[in-house]
Ligand binder design. Structure first.
Ligand code: UDP
Length: 400
């Protein structure tokens, strides 16, 4: 049965649902088009799958389109992604031409007609050149705290043509002549990724994944991407393993717009070697229940990213009452309150130290997990996200 806004009364903070009904009166009938670059894989798609039906339920006419391109385009946009997160990249004129041309072709294919256009990340940013109607908002989900300037300046020439930009952290805001807003991403507590599961369901999923529940499980769920530092996770596990017996599960899949996943998975498999307690799982994009079960079965969840836009996997784990040890990067720092909901770390050794501390202190784990869940309830549920987007729409539609 489809989830309705009413159903969130049980999980969201008191008053949140009523507030949404009131606020939505202000934007009823407004049309909104979201454009991103993949239907599956990664946090942006994860959120849009849930937010679009909710926007429609409260009276916004929300649509979602995906930009399409050839290999050269994705090679270029992945390089943009890496460069905006601070890693120097070789980007050729041919790649830039593919970027511009792909946006031009998509502008012809897509119906760019709505009161509010929400354009996600760099891939479709150049669609702004084909603007005819509506207010245009550029939604940046990546960790743009220290971008390679040359690449940021290329993207910036498009961003300045928008009416507003939205970032996931104050620290990501840029010098721009347009309005900038802060919106934290969110998780949906009623989706298959996050809804309650019985112990029997968790057992069944772990059985299918061939992950025994015979010892503590350390888990990282992530696309196989170097910024997520899966090899660093394996190194931390190895330090821990000298003292504490445990398993490590690295669960991830590819995203349709990410050409580097296979190479990173190969690096992970090489680092894992023949260790039977390391499980590198390649999951299909719709493995929501399996990931939910892994997060529930985990003793400690890791997200050892070196750069991170937000890191939905952190909130997902916290919602399941797990303490999270995460890299001190991007949005992870907004979710992990140090020593309260988990630990942020800056090194393999730091991660190993905190893993051992939590493995050895079940009471601390338990209390942190409870506090983590309440923090997510207050700050990172989809009801709060919907509130922010409705407010944002109201603000831009009514601005001059
Ligand atoms: N995810 C998934 N399958 C995978 C890897 C990740 O469903 O194999 C989900 C994960 O549960 C989370 C999202 O994809 O909801 C990743 O979002 P996050 O913000 O953590 O990272 P991103 O991939 O957007 O950089």
């Amino acid at each position: 049965m489809a989830v309705r806004l009413e159903d969130y009364r049980e999980v969201a903070p008191p008053g949140a649902v009523d507030f949404l009904y009131r606020l939505s009166e202000r934007v009823k009938g407004t049309s909104m088009l979201n454009v991103n670059s993949t239907k599956y894989g990664g946090g942006v798609a994860e959120i849009l799958h849930r937010l679009i039906p909710m926007l429609n339920e409260v009276g916004v006419q929300a649509r979602w389109e995906v930009i399409q391109g050839a290999d050269e385009f994705y090679a270029c946009t992945k390089a943009f992604h890496n460069a905006l997160q601070g890693t120097e990249q070789a980007i050729t004129q041919k790649m830039l031409d593919a970027y511009v041309e792909t946006n031009r072709e998509n502008a012809k294919r897509l119906l760019l007609d709505a009161n509010v256009m929400l354009i996600h990340d760099p891939q479709p940013a150049a669609l702004i050149d084909y603007r005819t109607v509506g207010k245009w908002i550029w939604r940046c989900h990546i960790d743009a705290s220290q971008p390679v300037r040359r690449v940021w300046n290329f993207i910036r020439q498009y961003v300045v043509k928008y009416d507003a930009a939205v970032f996931s952290l104050p620290r990501f805001a840029q010098r721009l002549p347009i309005s900038q807003f802060l919106v934290y991403p969110s998780i949906d507590p009623l989706s298959d990724k996050n809804r309650d599961l019985t112990e029997a369901e968790v057992d069944a999923h772990l059985g299918r994944l061939n992950v025994p529940r015979d010892k503590p499980i350390l888990l990282q769920v992530s696309r196989f991407d170097r910024f997520k530092d899966p090899v660093g996770v394996i190194r931390a596990y190895r330090l821990v393993k000298k003292h504490n017996d445990c398993r490590l599960v690295l669960a991830g899949g590819g995203a349709a717009d990410d050409p580097e996943g296979k190479a990173v998975l190969a690096e992970v498999q090489a680092a894992a070697g023949e260790d039977p307690d390391i499980h590198a799982l390649e999951l299909p994009p719709d493995a929501h229940l399996a990931i939910n079960a892994l997060q529930r079965a985990a003793t400690i969840v890791l997200q050892k990213s070196t750069k991170e836009g937000f890191g939905l996997t952190v909130a997902e784990a916290m919602w399941k009452g797990k303490p999270v040890i995460g890299g001190a990067a991007g949005g992870i720092t907004a979710q992990i309150i140090y020593d309260v909901t988990g630990y942020t770390v800056n090194s393999v050794e730091g991660a190993a130290f905190r893993i051992r501390h939590l493995l050895n202190n079940p009471d601390v784990r338990e209390k942190m997990g409870q506090d983590a869940k309440e923090y997510v309830r207050q700050s990172f549920l989809i009801t709060r996200h919907l509130r922010d987007y409705l407010t944002l729409m109201y603000a831009v539609v009514n601005s001059g």
